[in-house]
Design a protein around this ligand. Structure first.
Ligand SMILES: Cc1cc2nc3c(=O)[nH]c(=O)nc-3n(C[C@H](O)[C@H](O)[C@H](O)COP(=O)(O)OP(=O)(O)OC[C@H]3O[C@@H](n4cnc5c(N)ncnc54)[C@H](O)[C@@H]3O)c2cc1C
Length: 565
């Protein structure tokens, strides 16, 4: 069912058991789990799927070693378990990430945790080897015997400098442990939605559809595409609006003060020297101000972040010039001789962590754990609202399970099944070992007659969903894009029509990594707009407006501007 058909279905029958507000990872997680229970569910997202906090993460699936210092042991344990599930269920988009901590001192930082607990510490003192070692031992212990990845190791100065020649020679040693990387979180979201809709006909997710009012037993939605409104009558509402939770409650006539989000920004750098220096490892370390920051391998580029700044309006989150100074400055602490400057920034992004409101004086001390607040019918509303507060990317499945259990309790139904062992999208039947991969590619080559290099690219981009796509490409007519020959016209048509693209920027920013990896230029944008416009039946005027919109979004939100336009 495409977007328009879903909207018509809502008009025909406005009754729905569960309405979810917000198509970030937490709303999508609940959507999938509720659908799995055979319950009819509608998810509405005011922008594109995975365009809020879920698009602004540090791209890590991690236990959160730093949270041990805040005493959040439950969260770390849960997150490590979920990280391992994602490595198993989404191997096409979640990969082991060796993570290296450069360490400069022996024994400092011991009092950080107890002093934080007693609220006597705003800015932690630098963490030394012994404190980090204890944290890593705990991290290993939580997953002992259940992790697909090795435990931590320590390398002394000489060995570390041999392995990473650009590293600051003042280090005492480095510690290396494993977490997981998700280079394209947006595609995990698309896969989750596609799976749920394909398997459960009473589950619909619609983007560019926002909740604008609620009264009695009705919720009013605004369709940003047609500029029309429509009504739904839910039995229960899940407010998964992330940093917008209080704002979504306000439009429904309720004042809440659950959220106290902080803004975090990242930049993507085209700096081959830095990329070579980190050697496929993430460098995770403490900056001069005590904040934990990261330098992360993102394909052949480098992702660097992040900041942690209180902000009131999540719609205003942008990566400012001061944040850029901070982010570029942090690299010098670990790789002091590598030249870094603004001209190497190819993309920037910013988002707001949906943290609970807190009076903690340091933002790093605010809890990263998640909780559900159930607002009973009242204030003119005849349905309960389940407010989702907090929620890391990594823990979305566990959080969604807790929310779904609360919804099931409310309607007196038992859980039918859980999704712990359900592969996600193109992770189903994903060939992991080299021999399996070769065999998988060879079968598809025989079926489609496409060159094996092309099939490999598709497998790397879409996991085993590449199978369907390759068959479509083989039917043709298909041709490589003139300005980006590793993409082809049928591939773009597939993304535009099967993956709910409404705007050109949905495809460039969230269905592909073209924007994030700095691969766009005006000619390519025009070429892709032509193909997408053909598939979505845009008029010439609409196509031009989409190009202008894309350029405006790239400039305003991502600092990307083109000279020759
Ligand atoms: C800088 C930063 C770094 C992070 N790094 C990591 C990390 O490395 N690993 C990790 O696990 N987690 C990380 N996180 C945390 C994680 O990204 C977020 O906690 C998570 O993505 C929140 O998802 P969400 O679905 O709750 O919120 P969102 O993704 O913000 O989704 C909420 C959605 O609700 C929509 N919405 C709002 N109002 C309405 C309305 N009225 N009607 C319809 N829709 C509406 C919004 O458009 C939005 O898309 C990071 C977060 C940030 C900001």
């Amino acid at each position: 069912m495409n977007r328009q058909e879903a909207i018509e279905a809502i008009r025909r029958n406005p009754n729905v058991t569960v309405l979810i507000i917000g198509g970030g990872i937490n709303g999508i997680g609940v959507f999938c789990d509720v659908a799995l229970q055979g319950i009819d569910v509608l998810l509405v997202e005011k922008g594109d799927f995975c365009s809020g906090a879920s698009a602004a993460s540090s791209h890590m699936l991690h236990g959160g070693i730093r949270y041990l210092e805040n005493g959040e042991f439950r969260l770390v344990k849960e997150a490590l378990y979920e990280r391992n599930l994602l490595l198993k269920n989404a191997p096409h988009y979640a990969r082991p990430l060796p993570t290296t901590i450069p360490i400069f001192k022996w024994a400092s930082g011991f009092l950080n945790a107890p002093l934080k607990f007693l609220k006597l510490l705003d800015q932690p003192s630098e963490r030394g080897l012994l404190v980090i070692k204890i944290g890593l031992m705990l991290y290993d212990a939580y997953v002992r015997g259940r992790s697909p990845m090795p435990g931590h190791s320590i390398a002394w100065r000489e060995e570390s400098l041999k392995q990473y020649p650009g590293l600051n020679p003042d280090i005492l040693c480095t510690a290396t442990y494993y977490d997981a990387a998700m280079p394209i979180p947006e595609r995990i979201c698309v896969d989750l939605i596609s799976d749920a809709e394909a398997n459960f006909p009473s589950a619909h997710a619609v983007n560019y559809l926002s909740v604008v009012k609620a009264d009695g037993d009705t919720v009013t939605l605004h369709d940003a595409v047609s500029e029309q409104t429509l009504i739904v009558k839910p039995k229960m509402v899940v407010n998964a609006a992330g940093p917008w939770v209080d704002l979504a409650n306000r439009v429904m006539g309720r004042e809440t003060h659950f959220m106290g989000g902080t803004k975090g920004s990242h930049v993507v750098l085209d700096n081959p020297e830095l990329r070579a220096a980190i050697a496929d490892h993430e460098f995770f370390f403490e900056n001069v101000d005590g904040r934990i920051v990261l330098i992360y391998p993102l394909a052949d580029k480098v992702l660097v972040g992040t900041t942690d700044i209180r902000i009131d309006d999540p719609d205003q989150a942008r990566c400012t010039e001061e944040e850029v100074d901070y982010i570029l400055g942090l690299i010098g602490k670990v790789f002091p001789t590598i030249g870094v400057d603004r001209s190497q920034i190819i993309f920037r992004f910013s988002g707001v962590r949906p943290l609970p409101s807190s009076d903690a004086s340091a933002t790093g001390q605010i809890s990263r754990d998640h909780s559900i607040d159930i607002a009973e019918p009242g204030d003119g509303l005849r349905f309960p609202v389940f407010n989702l507060i907090g929620g890391k990317w990594t823990t979305f499945r566990a959080f969604a399970e807790q929310v779904t259990d609360a919804l099931l309790r409310r309607i007196g139904k038992p859980r039918r099944r859980d999704n712990r062992n359900l592969p996600i999208g193109g992770g189903k039947g994903y060939p992991r070992a080299d021999a399996e991969r070769k065999a998988w590619l060879s079968v598809l080559k025989n079926k489609t007659r496409l060159p094996v290099e092309r099939l490999e690219t598709l497998l790397d981009r879409y996991g085993t969903r590449a199978g369907d796509l390759a068959v479509l490409i083989a039917k043709g007519p298909d041709q490589p894009l003139t300005h980006r020959p590793d993409y082809s016209t049928q591939e773009i048509v597939y993304l535009a029509t099967r993956e709910k693209c409404v705007h050109l920027d949905d495809l460039l920013l969230r269905r592909s990594m073209l924007a994030k990896l700095g691969q766009l230029n005006p000619a390519l944008i025009e070429e892709i707009a032509e193909v997408v416009g053909g598939a979505l039946e845009w008029t010439d005027g609409e196509r031009k407006r989409e190009i202008d919109r894309t350029l405006a979004v790239l400039a305003d939100r991502h600092g990307v501007e083109f000279e020759n336009r």
